[in-house]
Design a protein around this ligand. Sequence first.
Ligand code: UDP
Length: 401
Amino acid sequence: MLFRSAPASKERRGKKKVLMLISDTGGGHRASAHALEAAMLKEMDMEVKVVDIWTEYGRFPWNKMAAGYPFCCKYPAIWKSMYYTTIGLEVPTDILWRLQCGSGFKRCIGGFDPDMVVSLHPLCQNLPLAVMDTLAKEKGLPGRTAPFATVCTDLGSAHPSWFDKRVDLCFVASEAVRKVAGRRGLKGSKVRMHGLPVRKAFWRASEQNAQATPSQMEQLGLKPNLKTVLVVGGGDGVGSLSKIVEQTASQLAKDCPGAAQVVAVCGKNKVVKKQLEARRWPGVHVEVRGFCSGISDYMEAAHVVVTKAGPGTIAEAAIRGLPTMLSSHLPGQEAGNVPFVVNKGFGRFSTQPKVIANTVSSWLQDDRELARLSAAALAAGQPEATQLIAKDLVKLLKTAA
Ligand code: UDP
């Protein structure tokens, strides 16, 4: 372990405090943080604070990173250049960030004075670790006294900045990501592979071929007894959501008129939501939703999901046993999510709305194929991941007492 126990005189009384560091670039980091918070609170009473440290304590332009993320996702070329530039220019960017944002990060971490820090974002390792050491030195201590853990919220590939040798524990969700951690020099003993943290609704796997009852479908505003396609575009509703919904709906109206419905979940993308709501859909039932807090219920109701290759949505779909059609991926961190789904045999990938629509329609008309894909999804799902990570984190927190 790289942290040192706090000297006896500095030992605390009362609840232990855990600081979770994220940036709201996409919905997944915050969703994972709150999932872990819930699982850790089941293990032990403690105070947990989840902070978007870059937005709340960073300086311009870094405090606008989360706000600018949906724009970058819309233009993958911009994202790609940022993703790979930050790999090549790690040292200068780290220095720049320390100069510009170091004092803000000190206010955040020093102000809360946590007993443990958990990072759930690739840009929340280097600077927070450096700041924790500075804070300790200012108190006359040789190094940080609180343990630091990283929970990588990427699935099939991950930016190298997720991995820092100085952390005490690092959680990854796939062999591919474990390899990236190894290449960055993290000792095997520090790396744990339980899966991706997911919200409580996903801590139990679905039964094979389980389907929402007619009354559950009605409660969601859906028609019972129709084959159901759920189309989601991540928390920000990115990807060619409206084209995919339009193609899929018109294909289903042609192939199985009156027998299918599409649920379009637009997340925070109000423009797409409005566009889709204004359309008429002959031959097929279409329901349009904004950000759904109960996405698990919609996944229970669906036979197939179409989504961009967001790690959270993929992990959740697997737990729900949902055949998964991937419609896009961000360059870099989402690229590995495509082989994760395809090689595990529970879905396919295409960026072409026409191909997506045809594939989904053919799945819906073939119950044996639906069952095969669903079984493969359930085999890939890791509903126990969140609780296992939480148990390990609580153990680490206790060692810091
Ligand atoms: N999500 C949700 N409601 C919505 C849309 C998305 O709860 O209306 C959740 C989704 O279930 C997943 C997260 O937001 O847990 C999106 O994470 P993902 O990693 O798939 O993509 P990101 O938005 O982080 O790029």
